[in-house]
Design a protein around this ligand. Sequence first.
Ligand SMILES: Cc1cc2nc3c(=O)[nH]c(=O)nc-3n(C[C@H](O)[C@H](O)[C@H](O)COP(=O)(O)O)c2cc1C
Length: 164
Amino acid sequence: MTIFDAIKNRRSIRKYKDVPVPEDKLTRVLEAARIAPSAGNRQEWKFIVVKDKATRDRLVDACRGQAFVGQAGAVVVACATDPSRKWHMVDVAIAVDHMTLAAHEAGLGTCWIGAYEEDKVKEILGIPAGIKVVVLLPIGVPDIDGVPRPRKALEEIVAWERWS
Ligand SMILES: Cc1cc2nc3c(=O)[nH]c(=O)nc-3n(C[C@H](O)[C@H](O)[C@H](O)COP(=O)(O)O)c2cc1C
């Protein structure tokens, strides 16, 4: 699979098999986050991996009842460790995108989760004040093929040389 294949064919997966994520695959996905670029190479991030079923079920409630968050074998809670820095959201987003692509290559499914109550997530996982939860990423063995979602045409989103 080329990088472009992974970018093109990755889909949000919202149904997972009730099986654990193989350790070697999970480690590879996390490695893809570890080696992501960040502004000034600061790497001001922390990725909490939740495999415990009871904790995942509590995260469902914190994610406005999105049940598939509890189905996936693992949930990565991606945090910015210095949210005062200008690029903290960008840095964490790049690392998370690396994870989605590495997971896809490994035959795993993911789905970005932005609809969560940060206070609840922090309370469940003991995340200290001053740390920002940027996004949650369920990772699991897909139980469904993702549905391709429409994208704007290139002509609509690209301008050449100057704004038009
Ligand atoms: C920052 C961000 C937050 C998102 N939050 C949610 C979410 O809370 N729940 C959900 O089901 N999908 C969520 N998504 C997934 C988007 O709906 C999805 O990426 C988009 O519809 C395109 O579909 P695709 O990922 O299959 O290409 C989120 C995506 C991003 C990038």
